[in-house]
Design a protein around this ligand. Structure first.
Ligand code: NYM
Ligand code: MG
Length: 212
């Protein structure tokens, strides 16, 4: 039907919360329910900017802290024309991490405040729904160790969790907190229900602008 757009649905949460698994399952379930749906992820490591980010995360190159923050944001902006085109053509996008990761991670470094960190992402397409997968450190630990990438330490992840909590105080964003300590099926069912409602609510609304 002409004029009906897709929804922008974002999954956020600490490392090992199960975001990538749930994002994949959500895309498949929404497709089965008849919604045209595609998955995206940030960072998108395949672009030129994404390769710089990948090399930083893998500790193969060192980039100045402001610089890497701006590259993460640029990596989102370079996808914005495609994101808008897909949403307008009726495709729902399920996105594994977005600007909230950008702010939560950089602002966990020394001498970075939330306000500065948000600025480069102001005006991005606003998610219709942000699903925050919350998992206790204890349960996260049972899911195996961290990888070898930068940021993958307990002390840093604790700071990140606090920053996410601050971001979730912002009621202009449609946050939904989901207890991701439950089994995969339960979490999946909740994400699917919340997403179907968001798709229905968004379909005749204009695409919003984040943090404006
Ligand atoms: N990350 C991700 C950031 O620091 N800023 C951002 O803007 C984004 C999108 O990259 N530890 C961090 C969070 C993760 C790391 O993400 C790689 P993933 O989902 O493990 O590929
Ligand atoms: Mg990771």
């Amino acid at each position: 039907m002409a004029g009906l757009r897709g929804a922008l649905i974002v999954l956020e949460g600490a490392d090992r919360a199960g975001k990538s698994t749930q994002a994949r399952r959500l895309v498949e379930a929404l497709k089965e329910r008849g919604y045209r749906t595609e998955g995206l992820r940030f960072p998108e490591r395949t672009t030129e900017i994404g390769q710089l980010i990948g090399s930083y995360l893998e500790k193969k190159s060192n980039l100045e802290d402001h610089t890497i923050h701006l590259l993460f944001s640029a990596n989102r902006w370079e996808q914005v024309p495609m994101i808008k085109e897909k949403l307008r053509s009726g495709i729902t996008l399920v996105v594994d991490r977005y600007a909230f990761s950008g702010v939560a991670f950089t602002s966990s470094k020394e001498n970075f405040d939330l306000h500065w960190c948000k600025q480069p992402d102001v005006g991005l397409p606003k998610p219709d729904l942000v699903l925050f997968l919350k998992v206790s450190p204890e349960v996260a630990a049972t899911r195996g160790g961290f990888g070898n990438e930068i940021y993958e330490t307990n002390s840093f992840q604790e700071k990140v969790a606090k920053r996410y909590a601050q971001l979730m105080d912002d009621k202009t964003v449609n946050w939904k907190l989901v207890d991701a300590s439950q089994d995969i099926e339960n979490v999946h069912r909740q994400l699917k229900e919340l997403s179907e409602k968001a798709i229905d609510d968004a379909k005749d609304q204009p695409i919003g602008k984040l943090w404006e």
